[in-house]
Design a protein around this ligand. Structure first.
Ligand SMILES: *Cc1c(COP(=O)(O)O)cnc(C)c1O
Length: 312
């Protein structure tokens, strides 16, 4: 968060630049980690929200793991100090090189998004003489009620394994000796501000978890992904998201079997408020429908407004 008092300090600094309020970040991480810790929940920070080294250093310091969606992010997380046994790797398009890099580093878990990927991981793990821990990313067909470009949990989306494929994938797993099935993974989208969406996710996860229990399968990990938004309308009014309500809701509605761990992958909710893009107004341009402030930053610095009307 960035306010008028801070502005005067920057009048002589070249723009544009990113400004990080690390004190606010630490306060956010302390509250998130306390709220999650109440229920022994594990939280992995989704690197794609921000990969600044100082930000990553603080995530590690406060005990967060790393959620990566590319080989580059896996390498970055490890380079910035995360223990590989706290690194998870999701994404529909993992290349052989990326999978090998993750295997070489003995990461905690691959969140597998398709049958074809499962077979490739098994083969590459066999070549490396290893067993890869995997969670199956299931597409739960739950609507996140968010912008369509950042909706990931509907059947029409490219992410995850469809529910009706689950049984055949579980059968296939028995024939793949170099992968170890440790969990179910879900991630339905981003910038979710309506918590009832997460309740719907919990109910769906419960059904699948029970279905597995009926087959005497108890995955050790239930990973419900991330997606919690921040207060986009009035960010200054609420600098830190309501983590108590968020984790409390999962505690209320998610039914876990004895011994199961619950994992989360929060990105934006942890860092969005602490970062600002500082730009200078260069020109005021009078338009036909609206007037414009032309600044010295653009889509190359912050793509969110252009891509999905993200509020800057
Ligand atoms: C982007 C992403 C997240 C984090 O999403 P946020 O909306 O930033 O919390 C979590 N898991 C996966 C697999 C992702 O791709």
């Amino acid at each position: 968060m960035f306010n008028a008092d801070t502005v005067t300090r920057f009048t002589t600094i070249k723009t544009p630049f990113y400004y990080y309020n690390l004190a606010l970040l630490e306060d956010t991480l302390k509250l998130a980690s306390a709220a999650a810790g109440k229920y022994n929940y594990h939280v992995h920070y989704a690197l794609k929200a921000n990969t600044n080294a100082k930000v990553l250093g603080l995530m590690d310091k406060y005990g967060f793991g790393a959620d990566c969606v590319s080989g580059g992010e896996v390498a970055r997380a490890i380079e910035c100090g995360f223990n590989p046994d706290k690194v998870v790797f999701a994404g529909v398009g993992k290349s052989d090189d990326e999978i090998t890099l993750a295997l070489d580093n003995n990461i905690f878990c691959f969140n597998v998004e398709s049958v074809a990927e499962l077979q490739v991981i098994n083969e590459l793990a066999a070549n490396a003489g290893k067993t890869a821990r995997i969670a199956l990313r299931i597409n739960p067909n739950v609507n996140a009620n968010t912008h369509k470009y950042i909706t990931t949990g509907l059947e029409e989306n490219k992410f995850g394994i469809n529910v009706w494929e689950l049984d055949s994938v579980l059968d296939l797993l028995k024939t793949l000796p170099n992968v170890e099935f440790i969990g179910l993974h879900f991630h339905i989208g981003s910038q979710i501000t309506d918590l009832s969406v997460f309740k719907n996710l919990c109910l769906r996860v419960n059904e699948l978890n029970q279905h597995l229990a009926s087959k005497r399968i108890t995955p050790k990990i239930i990973n419900v992904g991330g997606g919690l938004g921040i207060n986009y309308q009035e960010p200054d009014v609420q600098a830190i998201p309501d983590f108590e309500a968020y984790f409390g809701l999962f505690n209320q509605f998610l039914e876990v079997q004895p011994g199961q761990e619950v994992h989360f992958e929060l990105g934006r909710a942890l860092v969005a408020q602490c970062g600002s893009l500082i730009a200078r107004v260069l020109y005021i341009k009078n338009g036909i429908k609206t007037n414009f402030a032309i600044v010295d930053a653009g889509m190359n610095n912050l793509i969110r407004p252009a891509l999905y009307q993200g509020i800057p």
